[in-house]
Design a protein around this ligand. Sequence first.
Ligand code: T46
Length: 157
Amino acid sequence: MNKHHVSQISEIITIPKIVDEGYLCFAESNKHIPFPIKRFYFIYSVDEGVTRGKHAHKKTVQVLFCIKGKIKIILDNGSIREKVVLSDPKQGILLDKMMWHEMVEFDKDTVLLVIASDYYKPNDYIRDYDAFVKMVKKTRPVSRESLDYQIVGSARR
Ligand code: T46
């Protein structure tokens, strides 16, 4: 597994890129993607200024690839908040369970491909930020006042 640590609370996963007459990137379950893949989906044609996400998952783990355009992902583990830029199709951000995330600043024509460890289960979503922080606090102490907001990761083409 080829991983680059450019984030305090997550990591960039770099997948192979074949260069011939164009580019071809690929990823295999349990190899480049660190879990058995059960689902994928993609998000595109998002209007300027829209924020998507704003939730955490109780169990589902995902990897997000910006396969066209550019997007920023806000990650928040309840104690650290950071913003990661995704624009290189071969570099995905690992989105662990219990990681609050927001997708912001979609460039025009951006396509976000998401690889998921589980099927779609509405009960797996935590959509209330305060409830998320409370759940995280059960496992470790968190001070909301200490939330840190900065750009720490950049994966650019
Ligand atoms: C996530 C971020 C990165 C389905 O029916 N099946 C699916 O597999 C998915 C992903 C969504 N949906 C339905 C549920 C909603 O009625 O599609 C609608 C939009 O979903 P949502 O508002 O959750 O979309 P985002 O962009 O806020 O979040 C999505 C994923 O849902 C979420 O798991 O981590 O992308």
